[in-house]
Structures are given as structure tokens and as C-alpha cells.
Design a protein around this ligand. Structure first.
Ligand code: SF4
Length: 90
């Protein structure tokens, strides 16, 4: 039976896609403009868990829609590092 904080006997809120989001943190969504992305891979260097790279051309796609709170600063650094300004947050 889950406790009031969402913990279960199996661990933290198993089965909830947003279970790494911290309570009270604003939701941040990340997108990569596939027309702008040139496959520099700098985003994945700055936020290795937040982006998946194509094996063919290195183009990036977000690994998730909503950024977990503990990765938001890394993703913001990825936005700053992208030379094509292909990454946007909302
Ligand atoms: S740094 Fe920018 S251009 Fe380079 S792979 Fe990442 S999103 Fe694409």
C-alpha cells in the first residue's frame, strides 16, 4: 500500500512516468527542432540522460517530454551550448 508521499513497497511511485519530478517544481518540456539540429552532440555531452542521438547522423531527440527536476540545470546548459539554437524549453 502506498504511503502519503507516493512510496510503495516496490520503491518510488513505480509505474508513474513523472515519478522523478519533484513535488512543487514547475514542469519543463524540452523539444529539439529537427530542421535546425546538425548533430553536433554538444547537448548530449552536457545532459547525457536527456538526449538520444541518432546512430546515423548524430541528430538529437529528447529522451523525455517533461524534464525531471534533477536534470533541469543540465538541460538548460544543453540549450546554451547548442550552436544551432535547436533546443527549446517551455
Ligand atoms: S547540440 Fe544542438 S545541433 Fe547539436 S545535436 Fe544537440 S540539438 Fe542538435
Amino acid at each position: 500500500m502506498p504511503s502519503p508521499d507516493g512510496m510503495t513497497s516496490e520503491g518510488c511511485r513505480a509505474g508513474r512516468p513523472d515519478h522523478h519530478l519533484l513535488e512543487g517544481m514547475p514542469t519543463v518540456k524540452v523539444k529539439v527542432d529537427s530542421e535546425r539540429c546538425q548533430g553536433h552532440t554538444l547537448c548530449a555531452i552536457n545532459a547525457p540522460h536527456a538526449f538520444e542521438l541518432s546512430d546515423i547522423d548524430g541528430h538529437a531527440t529528447p529522451a523525455f517530454d517533461s524534464v525531471p527536476a534533477d536534470q533541469q540545470e543540465q538541460v538548460r546548459e544543453a540549450v546554451r551550448s547548442c550552436p544551432e539554437r535547436a533546443i527549446s524549453l517551455s
